[in-house]
Design a protein around this ligand. Structure first.
Ligand SMILES: [Zn+2]
Length: 245
């Protein structure tokens, strides 16, 4: 018989900075914490590539990870994960890879665990599985909203929405963001992003300089976004108790 040690208190405490982990029962959390490894998320780091086997699931406690879909004619972000969720959801749904790239968009920290350990724990615990499935539904809903948003709403509204989603997941009002990366995230050419960001800056909602964004008027930015931002935020709050959309 193998005696398993308790996870260090510090791991249990900081792991609950991730909303999903904080939603687990104490027993489930203790099981998962024993398998967690603390890692830094570096900007533009790829956590997994499309079609590649997913080796780890990640529970961010800060920073932001984008799910990015590439086609022959361009690339666009289809969903964002931060401290409210997990990266590696296909494993939960009995898949082994994803059609998207998981790309770090803002530096941060996360806990990760090996795929095999994750699958073992989820198979043993209905309560953990239910919590994680609620996140899967919230994320699916976020992607569905993004599909509609990308087709129906103006670039300026989408830009405001994207900035709000990112702002929710970073500490403070400032984060690093090049126009090139923003155009990549929104799936449009750079001059169009320059125009949209310029409108938001002129209105006083953001300050944009040298690859850094400062959100200067959060309420104004919310007013400039389409309703998709609030819809997703409400959905997350209902399903996983997150304050993020
Ligand atoms: Zn929209």
């Amino acid at each position: 018989m193998t005696l398993k040690m308790k996870p260090p208190q510090s791991v249990t405490r900081s792991a609950t900075d991730n909303t999903l982990l904080a939603s687990l029962t104490p027993d489930d959390l203790a099981q998962i914490c024993m398998e967690l490894e603390h890692v830094h998320l570096r900007v533009h780091e790829v956590l997994y590539e499309p079609g590649e086997e997913i080796d780890y699931v990640y529970f961010p406690i800060s920073g932001c990870v984008s799910m990015v879909h590439a086609t022959g004619t361009g690339t666009v972000e289809v969903g964002t994960v931060g401290f409210e969720g997990m990266v590696g959801m296909p494993l939960l749904l009995h898949g082994s890879s994803a059609p998207t790239r998981a790309l770090v968009q803002v530096d941060g920290e996360a806990y990760r665990m090996a795929a095999a350990a994750f699958l073992r724990i989820v198979a043993m615990s209905d309560s953990a599985y239910r919590v994680l499935l609620r996140f899967a539904l919230a994320f699916f809903n976020q992607v569905a909203q993004s599909v509609a948003c990308n087709r129906l709403h103006s670039l300026e509204e989408r830009c405001a929405r994207w900035l709000l989603i990112t702002h929710d997941r970073v500490e403070g009002d400032e984060f690093r963001l090049t126009q090139e990366f923003l155009s990549f995230m929104l799936g449009v050419h750079r001059p169009a992003v320059t125009l949209a960001a310029g409108v938001l800056q002129k209105a006083g909602y953001i300050h944009y300089s040298r690859g850094r964004i400062i959100v200067t008027d959060r309420a104004g930015l919310e007013g400039a976004s389409c309703a998709c931002y609030q819809a997703t935020r409400d959905d997350y709050a209902e399903l996983i108790g997150s304050r993020s959309g």
